[in-house]
Each structure stands twice: as structure tokens, then as C-alpha cells.
Design a protein around this ligand. Structure first.
Ligand code: SAM
Ligand code: SF4
Length: 447
């Protein structure tokens, strides 16, 4: 989500005449796009702002803007920070160019956030829609790939989560604007689109007699010439539309066999306290249905360890679930109390930091073992890879390196593949034979 917002803002600012630079030294304006999901993310922004405060001593004209969830959460408190000139929430990003011009001309502080985010207006939604349709078709992070938001906000209120309070209520974009956006992206050479939503599988849009669901979007997007792969994240464990989604995944070779469906915990007591509406048994049955419909489907998960009240037994239930689910990979986080959420208001953060640390290490190790086993299945096999570009990390011991640089790409099931090849392959599909594996990365040779 945040990557998409950064791309939208960059695109809007370029159109308004700004030039982008990655160097603070060259910049007249510094924008920080923020996330509030965990405290750690906010701490990093604050330390960045501390650094900018220092820079502003010698360059007082530099304009600093904070955009995104932290802006919405902290509002005028953030504006009080010495370094900050602009605070702009996620709903106000269409105003960003005007806010910057205003701040540059008058050197005044500006606050643009929604006062009552849970009752955000139809006007605001329409402004966001126009912004997204206009700027969601350029400035892809990787030239052949793009993100397309299908819904905003969330109505689920998992007790630990800040998202519903900073991103507002769930609102689904009309199917025709989503499809039109994907068509435009395809005409610009985009081959892979990722549909985004906090509970993307619950997408629904009523138009006349028909209610469109995610499966309809996937099906229609599959007919778009030029689009080769379509994926969607993140799915909430739910049976609603699940059969339809699996069916279109099975029927369309373009819909990637990949599901990101977080469990968060394996303990029914903790799932209940988290306000997640399922049990671990039911969740595993849902995964079994997915595997029966799509053999070879890759499944990714998220977990929170150290949620208030999590005992050793609860944690062990999470380890057991993770092992049974056999995820391709999991994103594992230590519980971080977020101000204003139900868990923060009603439950004490009972699990000590050292216990959270021990649990995260143990769960990561269990996942690494499974990821390693699943990766090994690819050894000596051929995989189809969409090349992203130069590999950021330099990996050693790759055979046949010749004079070509190391490239990185992904398979349909989201495995990272590293191999040597000419840069001209960026954005292309290639076949790679896997010669070495690690838990998260496959290494191979171009065929
Ligand atoms: N909407 C998605 C879902 O329901 O699975 C995930 C959204 S959230 C931005 C991404 C992940 O952050 C969650 O799946 C959860 O594991 C983690 N997360 C959210 N709130 C958290 C908190 N207070 N402490 C630790 N991790 C948290
Ligand atoms: Fe947060 Fe739950 Fe909504 Fe995901 S579904 S964004 S975890 S409230």
C-alpha cells in the first residue's frame, strides 16, 4: 500500500513540475511516507525527523512533509515537531502538490488530515478516486509491474490493528475504473499487476442487479492483452467468494497460484482476543481447500507473537499451525501496542520483551526450515521468471557468471530467483534452471 502511495505522490509531483531526487542534500522538499502499524516504524520516522531538524539549522528553507498513516494518527502533534512543515493524511494526498507550493511560498506550517476518519465523506472518496485513476498508471517501481488498489480502508477491527483508524472505512473502487487502469498499464508495457486491499478477497461492488467480487476482477483482467500475471494481496481467512476465487485461479493461467492469507496466531483463545473470526482448525481446512483446488499453490502468512495473554501453550499452538500450514514464507512480528486500538485500551501488554524475542526467533526458525524444504523441491528444475532488474545483493558462487551482471526476478508463486544475464532482460520472461537453493531465494542459470 505504502509503495503505491509513494508512486502516486511521485507521479503527481512530477506532473506539478517538481523534479525527484533521492538525495536530501539536493532537495528543497523532503517527503516522508509513513506507516503506523508497529511502533518501530514510527520510531524510525521520528529519528529521521531528528536528523532533518539538524539539517534545517543550516538550511532553514527546506520544506519537510510527513504523509500517510502516522500523519493521520498524530496530526497537529506531529506539526509541532521543529522539523515538520506539512502533515498530510492518506485521504489528503491528492492535495500534496498544492500544500507543497503553499509551504514553499509562505514557509507556513500546514495540516491536512481527516477529523473523523471513520466517516470519511463521499467527496473525499471521489477526490481519491480521481487522483488514483490519474496517477496510478505511471511511475511503476519496476517497469513491467504495477500495483492497483481495488479497495481502501478496513472494517475488520482486529483488536491490535491501527489500520481502520488511520485508513478509514472499507470502500471498494468501481470495477470499470480498476479494469480501465489495468488496460492503461498494459498498454504501457506492464505485464504483472498486483491487486491490493487489506482484505482483498472480500472486494464487492454492487452495480445494477450484479455484485462484482474479486473473482470477477481477476477474470476480466485475465482477458486484457499484454497482462501475463495477476496476483492479489492480502486475503482475510473467509469462505465468502473463496470458491469463486479458487475457480478463476484454476481456470486462468494468468492468475498466479499464490495466496497471502495471514493466520496471526494458532491459538483459538488468542484469535478470539484478536477479533479474528475463525479457529485454527477452520483456517487449516480453508488452506486444505485451496491446496485441493490448486495443487502447487504457494501460501504466505503473517503472525504476531506476544499478543497480550499469550502463554507458552498458546505460542506452541502457533508453532504447530505454522508447521501444518507449510507456508512458503511468513512475516512474523512482535506485538506492538498501538494507541487507540481495543487491545491497547483493554489488554495489558503482558508478554515481556525477552519472551517476545525468544518466540519470534523460534517461529522464524520453524518457518525457515519449511521454506528451505519447499525451496529444495526446485533444485535442478526449470522455472519461468519475470525479470525485475539488477540484484541488489551481490550473491557469490553462482555458476556461469560470465560478464553478465546478477539479475533478480520472481516466479509466478513469488519465489525470488537470482541468476546472471544481460540487463536487457529486465521486464522479460525467461527460463532459469535452478542450481542452488536457500530458504527464500533460488539461484540458477539462464536456459
Ligand atoms: N490486512 C492484512 C490482514 O488482515 O492480514 C494485514 C494488514 S497489517 C498492515 C500487516 C501485518 O502487520 C498484519 O498481518 C499483522 O501481522 C501485523 N500487525 C498489525 N498490527 C500489529 C501490531 N499492533 N503489532 C504487531 N504486528 C502487527
Ligand atoms: Fe488490520 Fe485486521 Fe483490517 Fe488486516 S483485517 S487491516 S489486520 S484490522
Amino acid at each position: 500500500m505504502n509503495k503505491l502511495d509513494t508512486a502516486l505522490v511521485s507521479c503527481a509531483l512530477k506532473e506539478a513540475g517538481f523534479t525527484l531526487t533521492a538525495s536530501v542534500k539536493e532537495a528543497d522538499v523532503v517527503l516522508i511516507n509513513t506507516c503506523s502499524v508497529r511502533e518501530h516504524a514510527e520510531q524510525r520516522v521520528l529519528s529521521h525527523l531528528g536528523h532533518l531538524k539538524h539539517i534545517k539549522k543550516s538550511r532553514p528553507d527546506i520544506i519537510v512533509g510527513v504523509i500517510g498513516c502516522m500523519a493521520q494518527r498524530l496530526g497537529d502533534k506531529l506539526l509541532e515537531h521543529e522539523a515538520v512543515n506539512i502533515v498530510c493524511g492518506p485521504t489528503q494526498i491528492p492535495q500534496i502538490a498544492d500544500l507543497l507550493n503553499q509551504a514553499l511560498k509562505k514557509n507556513e506550517k500546514c495540516l491536512a488530515v481527516t477529523e473523523k476518519i471513520r466517516t470519511s465523506s463521499e467527496d473525499e472518496n471521489q477526490t481519491l478516486e480521481r487522483f488514483e485513476s490519474a496517477y496510478g498508471i505511471e511511475d511503476k517501481q519496476i517497469p513491467s509491474q504495477a500495483y492497483v488498489r481495488v479497495m481502501r480502508g478496513c472494517n475488520n477491527f482486529c483488536t491490535y490493528c491501527i489500520v481502520p483508524y488511520v485508513r478509514g472505512p472499507e470502500s471498494c473502487r468501481p470495477p470499470e475504473v480498476i479494469i480501465e487502469q489495468i488496460k492503461k498499464l498494459a498498454s504501457q508495457g506492464v505485464k504483472k499487476v498486483t491487486l491490493l486491499g487489506q482484505t482483498v478477497n472480500s472486494y464487492k461492488y454492487k452495480k445494477g442487479q450484479k455484485t462484482y467480487c474479486l473473482a470477477d476482477l481477476l477474470d476480466t483482467a485475465s482477458d486484457i492483452k499484454g497482462i501475463k500475471w495477476i496476483r492479489f494481496v492480502t486475503s482475510y481467512p473467509s469462505e465468502e467468494f473463496f470458491g469463486e476465487i479458487l475457480q478463476v485461479m484454476a481456470d486462468s493461467p494468468k492468475v498466479c497460484n499464490f495466496l497471502h492469507m495471514p493466520a496471526q496466531s494458532g491459538s483459538d483463545k488468542i484469535l478470539h482476543a484478536m477479533n479474528r473470526h475463525y479457529t485454527s482448525h477452520w483456517y487449516l481446512e480453508l488452506l486444505a481447500k485451496a491446496r485441493a483446488a490448486i495443487p502447487g499453490i504457494a501460501i504466505a502468512g503473517d503472525f504476531i507473537v506476544g499478543f497480550p495473554g499469550e502463554t507458552e501453550d498458546d505460542f506452541q499452538a502457533t508453532v504447530d499451525l505454522l508447521k501444518k500450514a507449510r507456508y512458503r514464507n511468513s512475516f512474523i512480528f512482535k506485538y506492538s501496542p498501538r494507541p487507540g486500538t481495543t487491545a491497547e485500551k483493554r489488554l495489558q501488554d503482558t508478554v515481556p520483551p525477552e519472551v517476545k524475542q525468544k518466540r519470534i526467533v523460534k517461529l522464524l526458525a520453524a518457518q525457515e526450515k519449511i521454506s528451505d524444504e519447499l525451496s529444495r523441491d526446485f533444485l535442478h528444475k526449470e522455472v519461468k521468471v519475470l525479470v525485475e532488474g539488477l540484484s541488489k545483493k551481490s550473491h557469490r558462487n553462482i555458476a556461469g557468471s560470465s560478464n553478465n551482471p546478477q539479475l533478480v526476478g520472481r516466479t509466478e508463486t513469488d519465489y525470488i530467483v537470482v541468476f546472471n544475464g544481460p540487463m536487457s532482460l529486465a521486464g522479460q520472461f525467461v527460463k532459469v534452471k535452478i542450481i542452488k537453493t536457500s530458504p527464500l531465494t533460488l539461484f540458477g542459470e539462464l536456459i
